[in-house]
Design a protein around this ligand. Structure first.
Ligand code: NA7
Length: 529
């Protein structure tokens, strides 16, 4: 069989773009296949009002090119979706990536041919491409979850999903709008939608924790300092579990007197952002410690939200940081607006959607437009949307029936020459995605180069190595509070999805060490031929 490419990469977000660049540099014939009309992945699709990254812009950026670091100017502490998308496009232009990307094309099936040890990749455009390697770069939060609520199709007005927002934008001025969901996307968009609409009704199933962003334009002096010290900052970030260079207080909350504890929380709250969860070393390890942080945020909600009944509904009862912490601009304050209504559906699911709105708890709520801020089939959703067939025609869906099983989050037994960038079993969503993506891309590119140098054409994880890694992922999950609630980390948001804590929670430094040790021991745990 004639090969068309050395590698086919699925997805042209930050992972796919850098993978293409690295493989090209190494001289591998590479083709990226991308469903969207442009690059950017998450930042191409998630165009809802207020969409921005919750990692500070100078950190949420590529580090592989010092020239790129120096020439790009971030303008705000937290970059908006349009700015990140401009950055992605700038990268695509700068490294001339587009000529090897096939846009508006979705990979539908990939089949491993065992006789020739090649992948046959099929697309919705009727392509049938033959490649030695397939590398998925499809993102962890890219398969939108549209809940199966009865009557959804009957709604007469417009329905929008935050994860697949119209490119031309939506003007809600003077409209009445319902939002289902109170995750990160809702928390970012609700304050902005509320300012536009005549009336906004928010349906909340689970109250969520959010920390103020205190976003602001970046001071040019700060930008210059950041640019001058990028190498140090990146190196420091690599020593942190989340790959983000913020200070983790090494002191446990339970060993800190209450007044001092609250002073520290206040300082972190005033600074803003995800670093709040690093106020103490044990917030995700010890229930009592966690409760001190949760109590602090609940007190803030009571302080900000004027109506005590609304404040009570908005106050989360679960572990803070168990679901991904959110970062907001004016979220709690929005519920003081006279045009915003909060409906608690925590104890009773939405009954149905009607032609004019939502029926919940025996009451009808009418509006012109419905926003589904209902999240994603995280981590496995995008991968399982492609019909992957490995050895013996076995499907990935079958291999992962009880939950995803991978070696290092990068490879799967039975699927030779398939690599999954930020796949389940890697730190991915628990980290700053950019450094995690770069680490995976570099590991894969180095692996392909090593194989070429040694005349090898097939790599596959072995069963014992995969089993041991799955065990390690499970063991590290069991010691944190993060695995204890119904989050998308455990697949709980998708009915019928196996409940398994999917990302590796041992931290980025331990993970990088594990990946490097495998290479140092001649790709321990892999069969190469
Ligand atoms: P999330 O965080 O998964 O939030 C989805 C929200 O939608 C959440 O509040 C859900 O409630 C709610 N939801 C989902 N299905 C339903 C149904 N059927 N009825 C009512 N409410 C529902 O997605 P986001 O897009 O906000 O954020 C995803 C990630 O993107 C985020 O973590 C950041 O990393 C960026 P639930 O909590 O499941 O009870």
């Amino acid at each position: 069989m004639k090969t068309d490419f050395d590698a086919i990469v699925i997805g042209a977000g930050f992972a796919g773009m850098y993978m293409l660049h690295r493989l090209r540099q190494a001289g591998f014939a590479t083709r990226v296949i991308e469903a969207g009309k442009g690059v950017g992945g998450t930042w191409y699709w998630n165009r809802y009002p207020g969409a921005r990254c919750d990692v500070e812009s100078v950190q949420y950026s590529y580090q592989f090119s010092p020239e790129l670091e120096q020439e790009w100017e971030w303008t705000e502490r937290y970059a908006t979706q349009p700015e990140i998308l401009r950055y992605a496009n700038h990268v695509a232009d700068r490294f001339e990536l587009r000529r090897d990307i096939r846009f508006e094309t979705r990979v539908t099936r990939a089949t491993f041919d065992e006789r020739e040890n090649l992948w046959i990749v099929e697309t919705d455009r009727g392509d049938r491409l033959v490649s030695r390697f397939v590398i998925t770069a499809m993102g962890c939060l890219s398969s939108p979850n549209t809940p199966k609520i009865a009557g959804l199709a009957d709604f007469a007005g417009a329905v929008y999903h935050t994860g697949n927002w119209p490119h031309e934008g939506v003007d809600f001025t003077g409209r009445t709008v319902g939002v289902i969901g109170t995750g990160s996307s809702a928390i970012q968009s609700i304050p902005i939608i509320a300012r536009q609409v005549r009336r906004l009704t928010v349906f909340q199933r689970t109250a969520n924790y959010t920390i103020p962003a205190h976003n602001a334009p970046l001071d040019p002096d700060y930008v210059q300092r950041a640019k001058a010290t990028y190498r140090d900052m990146r190196a420091r970030a690599r020593t942190k579990p989340a790959g983000i260079a913020f200070d983790i207080n090494p002191v446990p909350a339970v060993e800190t007197p209450e007044a001092e504890r609250n002073r520290i929380y206040e300082t972190r709250w005033t600074y803003g952002g995800l670093g709040f969860i690093a106020s103490f070393s044990d917030l995700l390890l010890n229930d009592d410690s966690n409760k001190t942080a949760a109590d602090f945020v609940r007190a803030k909600i009571r302080e900000i939200v004027r109506d005590p009944a609304t404040a009570e509904i908005l106050s989360p009862r679960n572990i803070i940081g168990c679901k991904r912490l959110c970062v907001d601009t004016g979220y709690w304050e929005t519920f003081n607006r006279p045009n915003v209504t909060l409906v608690d559906i925590g104890d009773e699911p939405i009954e149905c959607i009607t032609s004019t709105g939502v029926r919940a708890k025996g009451k009808s709520y009418d509006f012109d437009c419905l926003v589904l801020a209902t999240g994603f089939d995280a981590m496995t959703g995008a991968l399982l949307r492609v019909d992957f067939r490995g050895r013996g025609g076995a499907t990935l869906r079958d291999a992962w029936r009880e939950g995803p099983k991978t070696y290092l989050g990068l490879t799967v037994v039975g699927f030779p020459n398939l690599f999954t960038i930020t796949g389940p079993g890697s730190p991915s969503v628990l980290t700053n995605m950019l450094p995690s993506i770069e680490q995976h891309v570099e590991w894969i590119a180095d692996c392909l180069e090593a194989m070429r140098a040694n005349g090898r054409t097939v790599i596959e994880a072995t069963e014992p190595a995969q089993e041991a890694w799955v065990g390690e992922v499970g063991k590290s999950a069991s010691i944190t509070l993060r695995s204890t609630c119904s989050s998308w980390y455990v697949g709980a948001n998708i009915p019928g999805k196996p409940r398994v804590f999917m990302p590796y929670i041992g931290g980025l430094p331990a993970y990088i060490q594990a990946c490097e040790a495998v290479v140092a021991e001649d790709y321990r745990g892999f069969a190469l031929s």
